[in-house]
Write a protein that binds this ligand. Structure first.
Ligand code: ADP
Ligand code: MG
Length: 252
């Protein structure tokens, strides 16, 4: 498996935190009293890439938010590499290796690209040079304010910010949303490099189902806050009927 290969530390300055495993056990979570995820269990092995699919409102963002510590957990546990983080704050989880690229991107509009990266940096994490090597466009734009970036540049910055913490588990929420196809191709080329070089564990929510299924070997389909499918992406690519059942509409 390519993800298990040692990162080229000398070339990239990698600190290579070990990829994390993730386990959710009977998790019920949501917002205040509102329960969105119900009795949800899943396990992800270190170095796995998992695509999370499902129609709007099915709980994809809530799942990532729950792992990142942004929801209220009513029952169950979340474990990172065997350690119970259910009650940990989002800052503590970030320090423990959970990186989130949120759907809303959350770039600081009044800071420059470089300042956005610097505030995200942590000891032992990525260097600016390393982020700029992955996204040369960010280097070109390093003195520009967050608010002045295109959607694609904001997305690159959002990903680079998460990587500055050297995550062991990276959660990405619809990175291609609202972007032109050529920019999406560029983003996915970078994602492919990240997965190959970092050996991190990746959970990717993607609205473009076919892209998700071709990028990730394993897919999880969410429906009304429950897991409707968990298995090889190939299975869904080969079975439109099953894919329709998860997505509710034809996905092509
Ligand atoms: N901050 C919030 N407060 C209350 N309900 C929310 C909040 N965010 C999402 N929801 C609700 O949770 C459900 C799942 O939403 P979400 O996880 O965003 O779905 P998806 O990412 O799959 O589109 C939806 O019914 C949505 O309205
Ligand atoms: Mg969402």
């Amino acid at each position: 498996m390519s993800a298990a290969a040692p990162a080229p530390a000398a070339a990239s300055g990698a600190t290579t935190r070990q990829a994390a495993s993730l386990a959710l056990s009977s998790v019920t979570a949501g917002y205040g009293e509102l329960k969105i995820l119900v009795d949800l269990s899943l396990r992800v092995d270190p170095g796995e890439t998992v695509g999370i699919i499902g129609r709007n409102g099915m709980g994809k963002t809530t799942l990532l938010s729950t792992i990142a510590g942004r929801t209220r957990v009513h029952a169950g546990t979340v474990e990172l590499s065997g350690r119970d983080i259910t009650r940990d704050s989002r800052v503590a989880r970030s320090k423990a290796g959970v990186g989130l690229v949120p759907q809303e991107r959350e770039v600081f509009p009044t800071l420059t690209v470089e300042e956005n990266l610097r505030v995200a940096a942590r000891d032992g994490g990525w260097t600016l040079d390393r982020a700029y090597t992955l996204f040369p466009r960010l280097k070109e734009r390093r003195q520009n304010l967050g608010a002045r970036l295109s959607g694609g540049e904001q997305q690159m910055l959002s990903i680079a910010r998460a990587l500055m913490c050297d995550p062991a588990l990276l959660l990405m929420d619809e990175p291609s949303e609202g972007l032109a196809p050529v920019i999406v191709d560029e983003l996915y080329a970078a994602l492919t490099r990240i997965v190959a070089e970092e050996g991190l564990t990746l959970l990717l929510v993607e609205q473009n189902v076919h892209r998700a299924l071709s990028f990730a070997d394993r897919a999880i389909g969410l429906r009304n806050g429950e897991i409707a499918f968990d298995g090889p992406s190939r299975t869904l690519l080969d079975d439109e009927t099953q894919l329709d059942r998860i997505m509710g509409v034809r996905a092509d």
